[in-house]
Design a protein around this ligand. Structure first.
Ligand code: NAD
Length: 488
């Protein structure tokens, strides 16, 4: 695999507008850094306001061009082809994702790139089975609905699962016949850049898919959010950024779909299968260096099994191999960059100040001199109002707290502004349903974590999001509905 790393270098990232990569002047280029090595892997062209405008206008024009004439079947075939092309390029894309994010290559391959292809394959099939509502009203009237594309959709993306989350938006957008201007995160621009070419190769007409690079405020993110000809914004990222985008979108009343931050609880009852709990909790805590919005960073354990859980969970955490993302033995890569490394380390300092005890981790690994690596960290003994329990850290850091009763742990789980995911571990069927129904989260897993079916609604409540995507829910966002009533 280290040979692969040598073979796959980073790519320079140009903006892709109306079917073409656009040359960028030197002064608009910023450097792209591999967080695992701190080396420069390429440059990224920051889009000007004029370029964002061109991309939006190209997407607007494409809505009326040949794209609008395509049948559902033709769109489905193109979308399927994009998925196929992702699989044909799976190793290169996984290597680019690993270089950009510092995540293990194997993880990028399985969790990011293959699942990105699956997003296209899933929506290629799903769209062909969609029907419309119709009501026959007592021989008085016939009502039926017509769907049409919502229009130009701005897709503003985070850095943690760059291609996966972007394709989760792009596949249903294309299936619905809408057009896209995508803005990848400034830290992870490479796979989106490559995807643009794959879309073109798959037969997506020029202007339907555009990519603009840059930052948030006073850059591509803000230019897109404010643009009067953008009809809808789908945004995944921090809750704070969501509020800024919502303000920018308000004057032109854009439709929004927001997937925001989380502080997800994992609730472990004493009657659960401890082996399964420990193994899955390793993933729900530290997969992708804890940088998955659905990672369960607050672990609550019924007091009678707290010691046994902690012994086993800590022992398994210490076995995780941290280091070179291109070494197949590696479980944990680097976090995404310097700023994020400092943020996570700052929270570890706060935990110490708040009286927490670090059972393992809490520092960069001794054997790694370069790169933004943080050991997987388990913290106990914090007060329930600790900042480390209330605020999203989004790194390889979990807190573990005991509880005594069902009511108590439900109150802990819900005592947060977030409401994205939750995991419950119990073999008591009634309790599983009872607790699941009381947890304020958009996604609740029982005796598992991250098990997805793309037909199910995905999204958060409270400050974790607005709206749901997945299956038919995605089409509610990427389509407009008209109702036609005929008097009989
Ligand atoms: P972020 O909010 O900092 O950035 C996300 C994107 O928004 C980037 O492309 C950025 O350039 C852009 N942006 C920043 N400021 C902007 C502005 N003023 N106007 C327009 N665009 C702007 O988030 P991040 O640090 O990249 O990602 C991590 C966050 O994403 C975490 O909070 C995580 O929980 C969340 N997340 C949520 C989900 C979910 O499904 N709910 C999934 C993945 C990540």
């Amino acid at each position: 695999m280290q040979q692969l790393q040598k073979a796959v270098k980073g790519i320079d990232c140009q903006n892709f507008i109306n079917g073409q990569y656009i040359e960028a002047p030197e002064e608009r280029k910023f450097l792209n850094i591999n967080p695992a090595t701190e080396e420069v892997i390429g440059w990224v062209a920051e889009a000007t306001q004029q370029e964002v405008d061109q991309a939006v206008k190209a997407a607007k024009a494409a809505l009326k061009g040949e794209w609008s004439q395509y049948t559902v079947k033709q769109r489905s075939q193109i979308i399927r082809k994009i998925g196929d092309l992702i699989l044909e390029n799976v190793e290169e894309l996984a290597a680019l994702e690993a270089l950009d994010t510092g995540k293990p290559y194997e993880l990028a391959l399985e969790m990011d790139i293959k699942r990105a292809a699956h997003n296209f394959h899933f929506f290629a099939d799903y769209v062909t089975s969609l029907g419309n509502e119709a009501y026959h009203q007592d021989n008085i009237a016939l009502h039926y609905s017509i769907t049409r594309p919502v229009g130009v959709v701005a897709m503003i993306n985070p850095w943690n699962l760059p291609l996966l989350l972007l394709t989760w938006k792009l596949a249903p957008c294309l299936a619905a016949g809408s057009t896209a201007v995508m803005k990848p995160a400034e830290l992870t621009p490479m796979t989106a850049t490559k995807l643009a070419a794959l879309c073109k190769e798959a037969g997506v007409p020029d202007g339907v898919v555009n990519v603009v690079h840059g930052f948030g405020s006073d850059s591509a993110g803000a230019f897109l959010s404010e643009h009067p000809q953008v009809d809808a914004i789908t945004f995944t990222g921090e809750t704070r950024t969501g509020t800024v985008i919502m303000k920018a979108a308000a004057p032109t009343l854009k439709k929004v779909s927001f997937e925001l931050g989380g502080k997800n609880p994992s609730i472990i009852f004493a009657d659960s299968d401890i082996d399964e709990v420990v193994e899955t909790t390793l993933h729900s805590s530290f997969r992708n260096q804890g940088q998955v919005c659905l990672c369960a960073s607050r672990i609550y354990v019924e007091r009678s099994i707290m010691d046994i859980f902690l012994d086993r969970f800590t022992a398994r955490t210490k076995e995780l191999v941290i280091g070179d993302p291109f070494d197949s033995n590696t479980n944990i890569g680097s976090v995404v960059g310097k700023e994020h490394y400092e943020k996570v380390m700052h929270y570890i300092d706060i935990a110490k100040e708040e009286g927490g005890t670090i059972l393992t981790g809490g520092k960069r690994p001794d054997h790694l001199e370069k790169g933004y690596f943080i050991e997987p960290t388990i913290i106990v003994g914090l007060p329930e109002d600790s900042r480390c329990i209330k605020e999203e850290i989004f790194g390889p850091v979990v807190t573990v707290m005991p509880f005594d009763t069902e009511e108590e742990v439900i109150a802990y789980a819900n005592d947060t502004t977030y409401g994205l995911g939750a995991t419950i571990w119990t073999n008591d069927l009634r309790r599983a349903h009872r607790v699941a129904g009381q947890i304020e989260a958009g996604i609740v897993w029982v005796n598992t974590w991250y098990l997805r079916d793309l037909r199910t609604p995905f999204g958060g409540m409270k400050h974790s999001g607005i709206g749901r995507e997945g299956g038919a829910h995605s089409f509610e966002f990427y389509c407009e509905l008209s109702n036609v009533t005929i008097k009989l």
